[in-house]
Design a binder for this molecule. Structure first.
Ligand SMILES: [Fe+2]
Ligand SMILES: [Fe+2]
Length: 484
């Protein structure tokens, strides 16, 4: 695939050969930039930031690192090269040639999938727009902006699909992407977690750990899609997404490490002592973990879902690693064992037809991946605290805990503690502050969020990273702040 790097919109989709499409996207470009300037990182638009920019999809050398002002970032359209003779890998059309055009019968669903995915990208930029002002180090600030510009590029990826395959209504959807606003009651973003405020860097690390990781699983499921352009664009987005999850997973790890170091140095384990030393106590970290894990689980949708069954049957959305992990790609016969709460309070096993349980199947992979990270954080506690780490380990809550949709949803009157035990609504209200961040937690963490902008320096509540970006040391000047 040839790369058009110096066009107005860098791309590897031969945009210059389709003048109509090129013009339409070039008209969307200034609206996008206007949105970026209004809703992108506030206070840093004139700064030189050491960013990577996608310039091709070659595994070695897809990215270029240099200083750039964010509004001048080269947001491009890059799809993985087509796989010759690719077939639809699952569902009712299993074995048919993959679609290069939108199949008419699934137009509606496909557009909805693309819009829902696309909407999350600008939403997260909006949620994070003030965080630069309290970055714990220039390294972290740069990572935040890297995530932000790449979420912007992911919006481009989805808008490209809408513009080139969905005609007029696709263009209208692309406009609407720039009109909704995270957390705005009148024109909110589509999904719940993307309207939650990200007020602190602890929230940011948790968000990139848990919510971007939902994104990974959604993109993996969509990269199985029989609609080939969607599959190819999602595959390349995953390349960038890996860094976002790295930022989250190592970010939480560095907070945990710092807290453990403070506990070791003081010889005191109680939260108050950690707070006196300016760290974030482990129980507070746990409450943030509980919040963001549960909010992110909701993004997978209901446990029993006719939409999920339809998307699978139609060949639009597959399972995580559909080709490697499964043998039966039609999934018409199997069932999934689901624990469903009953009115009298006990949980009963229900056999759900496999296709209807596809959201839950995808969530299984997600939960396992999150558990892996929690185990890693606990190894950090072991390393720093030795035997004293026992009793302080972090835990992934039950998937029934604090859910807003599906069979465990609080709206349907079910409340569960982090162990997955059913609670009365009165018990939930009484114990909620043990499970989820309290107002006091928020105020405390908020007060810690003081910016550190000197190269090589870092805030006292987080450990420095093991290494810098692109072979640069931690002391590197990742952001050159221009004082206006
Ligand atoms: Fe993204
Ligand atoms: Fe991301």
């Amino acid at each position: 695939m040839s790369v058009e790097l110096f066009e107005k919109i860098p791309n590897n989709v031969n945009l210059s050969s389709d003048k109509r499409l090129q013009r339409a996207l070039e008209q969307w470009l200034p609206n996008y930039i206007a949105w970026w300037k209004e809703m992108g990182p506030e206070g840093f638009q004139a700064d030189q930031v050491y960013l990577r920019t996608a310039i091709s999809v070659e595994a070695n050398g897809w990215a270029h690192f240099d200083y750039v002002r964010m509004p001048e970032y080269r947001w491009g359209i890059f799809l993985e090269p087509p796989e010759p003779g690719r077939i639809i890998g699952f569902g009712d059309h299993y074995g048919d040639p993959a679609w290069q055009e939108v199949p008419g019968e699934y137009r509606q669903q496909l557009r909805r999938i693309i819009v829902t995915q696309g909407d999350t990208e600008p939403a997260s930029v909006e949620q994070q727009r003030l965080l630069g002002q309290s970055a714990p180090s220039l390294y972290d600030m740069r990572n935040l902006f890297q995530v932000n510009v790449e979420e912007g590029r992911h919006l481009w990826a989805m808008v490209y699909l809408l513009h080139s395959y969905f005609g007029k209504d696709g263009r209208e959807e692309a406009e609407a992407m720039l009109e909704r606003r995270s957390g705005n009651p009148d024109k909110p973003r589509i999904l719940g977690a993307f309207n939650e405020p990200i007020k602190s860097w602890l929230d940011f690390y948790m968000f990139t750990m848990f919510t971007d990781r939902d994104g990974k699983f959604q993109l993996c499921a969509l990269s199985e899609s029989g609609f080939d352009p969607l599959s190819r664009t999602c595959k390349f987005m995953l390349t960038e997404e890996a860094h976002h999850m790295f930022v989250g997973e190592t970010g939480v790890d560095r907070v945990v490490q710092r807290t453990a170091e403070l506990m070791r140095e003081s010889g005191k384990d109680d939260p108050e002592s950690v707070m006196k030393q300016g760290g974030i106590p482990l129980d507070m970290i746990q409450r943030h973990l509980n919040l963001w894990f549960s909010l992110s689980e909701d993004l997978f949708g209901g446990e029993v879902s006719s939409n999920a069954a339809e998307f699978f049957a139609a060949g639009l959305k597959g399972r995580y690693k559909e080709q490697d992990h499964y043998e039966d790609h039609v999934a018409l016969t199997g069932t999934y064992e689901l624990l469903v709460p009953h009115a009298d309070g006990h949980l009963e096993t229900q056999q759900v037809p496999l296709r209807n349980a596809m959201n839950e199947v995808l969530r299984d992979g997600y939960v396992a991946d999150c558990q892996r990270a929690v185990d890693k954080w606990n190894r950090t506690l072991d390393r720093v605290l030795g035997p004293r780490a026992e009793g302080h380990k972090l835990r992934l809550p039950s998937r029934r805990f604090h859910r807003h949709i599906g069979v465990y949803g609080m709206e349907s009157g079910s409340f569960f503690d982090p162990d997955g035990h059913l609670l009365s609504s009165a018990d939930w209200t009484r114990r909620r502050d043990h499970f989820l961040p309290t107002e006091r937690d928020r105020l405390y963490v908020q007060a810690l969020m003081k910016p550190v902008t000197e190269p090589g320096k870092i805030a006292g509540w987080v450990a420095p990273p093991a290494r810098g970006i692109n072979g640069q040391p931690f002391e590197f000047e990742y952001v050159k702040h221009i004082v206006a």
